[in-house]
Design a protein around this ligand. Sequence first.
Ligand code: BGC
Length: 902
Amino acid sequence: MKQTSRAVRRLVPQVLLAGAVAALAFGAAPAQPDRAAPQHLRCEYLKNPRGIDVTQPRFAWWLEATERGEVQTAYQVLVAASPEALAKDDGDQWDTGKVTSNDSTQVAYAGKPLRSGETYFWKVRWWDRDGSPSPYSETARFEIGLLRRAEWQGRWITGNLLRKVFTLGGPVARARVYVTALGYYELHVNGQKIGHSVLDPAWTTYSKRILYRTYDVTSALKSGPNAIGVMLGGGWATQPVGGSAYYKAPALFLQMNIRLANGREVDVASDGSWLSHAGPIVSNSVYNGEVYDARLEQPGWDRPGFTASGWQAAQVVPGSAGELSAEMMPPIRVTDTLVPRRLTSPKPGVYVFDFGQNFAGWAELHVRGPRGTRVEMRYAELVYPNGTINRENLQLAKARDIYILKGDGRETYHPRFTYHGFRYVELTGFPGTPSLDTLRAEVVHSAVQPTGSFIASNPILNEIQHLIHWGQLSNLMSIPTDCDQRSERQGWMGDAQVSAPEAAMNFDMAAFYTNFIRDIHDAEKPDGEVPDTVPHKYGNYPGDPAWSTAYPQLCWHMWQQYGDRRILEENYEGLKKYESYLESRAQNHVLRYSYYGDWVSIQPTPGALVSDFYYYDDTHILAAIAKVLGHTDDAQAYSRLAEQIRAAFNSAFFNPSTGEYANGSQTANALPLFLHMQPKDAGGAVAGNLANDVLYEHNTHVTTGFIGVRYLLPVLTMYGHNDLAYDLATQTTFPSWGYMVRRGATTLWELWQDKTGPSMNSHNHIMFGSVGAWFYHSLGGINLAPDTEGYNHIVIHPHVVESLRWASASVDTIRGRVSCSWRHEPDGFELQATIPVNADATVAVPQEMQMTNVVIRENDRIVWQDDHFVPGDPGVLSAKREGDEYVFSVGAGSYQFVLAAQ
Ligand code: BGC
């Protein structure tokens, strides 16, 4: 490693300590003779996925190089039907040969037809800009699910505990189980739970599509008798409130395909030959929790030797005619275990455990006591001043689990078919006196990988980031939900669309949103109506335009973040139908229908303005999608329509004499500014009014709801009021994010107000977390270049604030890690950035105030002096001064710019 500069050495320990290791890379290491093999191989955004039903899966890989400016000039992918063939570089299914291309993402399989149930092995190598090849990557694999309905031989069956015994006439060479349910299932084979997923399958519009998972059960089976056991839970159809139920009773659909070592094939499927019995889960409901009577356990029920006395034939039911499709996204899992921070007893026999963090999941109980003892755990986000739990905001959700002891020593229980949003657990009926070890809490959510880190020298920002992180995860439960605690937890689309830009920075959302977009597509009506919630249970058809906009917004987001053209192709007709629906409802190009407007705002904004803004945005997005897909006529037509909508929007809502939109609320002015909808030259006036409203009318506070807040800070930054945006972000008095932190929040609230009581006041909603995107883009400086996708062109442009000493952000993009860290130094300014191989960037280094005669060094080499770019530094291609910033064009690599007075 080369000698690092004094300033850089000082930065290292602090930032490392702060946990942002990922964001930093220092200096250029000595050149290495060999290219590193591709890393981080993904297929359909997943690592070694098992059971995908895509016949042309797409591959992606990361490249690493120590030299700067490295690009891939060619690649070769090999796909083989066996690891042995692949080891011999024999791509017997697909050998691309050397393809001259810099594509390292979205490379679609185009080999021999892929067969149901088969596993394929793949690897890739690349050629660098000098034409030198790398070694092949390590072997990755993917496995195809069941592509045809006819391959499922079973029937839908219902029951509580289900069981099937079968005998295998020899050792097993390979076995797969394909399994789904209406409701939830837990699958056991020979006494073991299979897989680590919980609350499976994902919630979908069951009449349209049901998701199955594929498990490798080769090692769970043996020669001789084997047993499959399945517990079924109610899932989403048996809730106390809500619209249409999708099924009457939980049901199982399962197919196990076994190949014996002697070559014989054996299939086992769910059907009327299975047996069924009542089980220990006496009742279960997502909202109400479980009642588990351990006295009703049937020890050995999921093993072959069990005597199934009293078991009945399982009932075959119609189930669902929906398409069986592979669940190709991270499963819901227990991702963490929390230890209680505090245990109090506010009343005799009543114990309250405080886990110190609001989150989604459940408690695990450890107990010994007499048979029949009934222990109850009730969950809450809040406590009253006297220490008892406050559950007034849970609406109809009973949010409790009851465990009845069997009385044979130490018993451990956690529920299976429910989840709760909570920080506190009240324990009653406990035999004896509980200790902190009586309960653990398990954190449960869709196990998306964290991909981002943001940290800054002002702790309030880090505390808000903490709230966003936990709030976001709590609200990923196979679909993006609004909240996790009360009798709601729906896929509210407004919440999903405002939080998506933040979520995509913090987590790998590619597979999750791919699935959710299918859900939206499934929920769209033939006339293009898209509902408020997906799957539709709450709210309206058609949805509020600020909610249903999630359809175009998320599709476009998949393109921008991941370069996913296929999603645009697959949804183009659906999006056009949606757009036509909006058109049919607009009058003179103004779309006015609205139910929620700028929901939960402090100052109202006309709903029609919000709806019409999205009508413009949706049309604009449609034009952009049409352009990407090469539908030139459509692109022109949508662009023309967008222009008409813009003009009509301004006629309807803009007041040229005051330079304000509608009632001049923050939201009314921020929305059009975000998309530059204002009449030519009016931007300064509108933005000035907006800034004045924030600063003088509201003493640096937000008045928006959750729609407006997505745009407020970005707009202030965009129009030259970044310091004000920063002051809003770090405000700690009501209403603000910092106010939530100061009032003890550990996740974001639904309301700006610190409200309790029976009204709507969830303490774990994600939608105000949209500010997280501004953290990464504006303070952290990580941005896509305009009109580009998938991080092939990056803009590193931190909007630095004088009073913030440093900030550091990194994002693992589809192409590799992008990072930016900056710091004010007493004698200058320092910025470090990392750009992945196969990408390029502009890096804006801001001028420090009052500094003249600037010299900028990059890794100790002068790159700017006497107001000129000084060429010669590897990877730094050019530079220019733009106002108060010095903008460098760079290739891939890690850079450290230090700006100082000469
Ligand atoms: C949800 C919101 C949602 C809204 C629609 C509420 O009950 O919790 O987050 O978007 O309804 O107005």
